[in-house]
Design a protein around this ligand. Structure first.
Ligand code: E4P
Length: 214
């Protein structure tokens, strides 16, 4: 399973890259709005921190405008994946961009039907937002199960990015279902590393080590 960091913050990305577990990065307009550097400069720097795909989101709404914006984003670095919200205009743009070899991450996926259409249009990734479904008392992980099954049934090459991850259990359940990727916020990534019994174990070993004759 690949792990992406869901962040536009250079320090967080550098830190997780240093752990040796970073396979890519996803950003969105809300995450980018928290950073003080210019959008393009920030995305360029993020792309230099990981060889993996870095998602940068298009904000245009018409297919022809989305295509132009996506081409300009794709010029920033070779590892850009352009993020496009699912919809009729987004699908048209995805078909055109796929033909040009530009990787599309179709985002804001909330149904299996949307994921199926995105895959058929040529999206390299789909991003179902499970946390936002859980927030409204729906079952985000059930959506992942369906999409993974449909993509397996028809051997789509489109990869499933489990997005809107809220806690470590989301990552584990996504891995158990065979999702290709989870994009994880920094706070959840640190929770995945830690366990209180590990901390207690280290403390006890260090205390005992002090009694060992050397
Ligand atoms: C994924 O690509 C999105 O950036 C992200 O996971 C959205 O998560 P949120 O629902 O916490 O905003």
């Amino acid at each position: 399973m690949k792990l992406f960091l869901d962040s536009a913050n250079l320090e967080e990305i550098r830190e997780v890259a240093g752990w040796g577990v970073l396979d890519g990065v996803t950003t969105n307009p809300s995450l980018c709005s928290k950073e003080s550097v210019s959008f393009e400069e920030n995305i360029r720097k993020i792309c230099a921190l990981t060889p993996g795909p870095v998602s940068a989101e298009c904000v245009s709404l018409r297919a022809d405008e989305i295509v132009l914006e996506a081409r300009s984003l794709a010029r920033i670095a070779a590892n850009i994946a352009v993020k496009i919200p699912v919809g009729l205009e987004g699908l048209k743009a995805t078909k055109a961009l796929h033909a040009e070899g530009i990787a599309v991450n179709m985002t804001l996926i909330f149904s299996t039907g949307q994921a199926l259409l995105a895959a058929k249009a040529g999206a390299r990734f789909v991003s179902p937002f499970i946390g936002r479904l859980d927030d409204i008392a729906e079952d985000g992980m059930a959506l992942i199960e369906e999409i993974v099954q449909v993509f397996e049934n028809y051997r789509f090459e489109t990869e499933v990015i489990v997005a809107s991850v809220r806690h470590p259990r989301h990552v584990i359940d996504a891995a158990l279902l065979g999702a290709d990727i989870a994009t994880v916020p920094y706070g959840v990534m640190t929770k995945l590393v830690r366990h209180p019994l590990t901390d207690i174990g280290v403390e006890r070993f260090l205390a005992d080590w002090r009694k060992v004759k050397t």
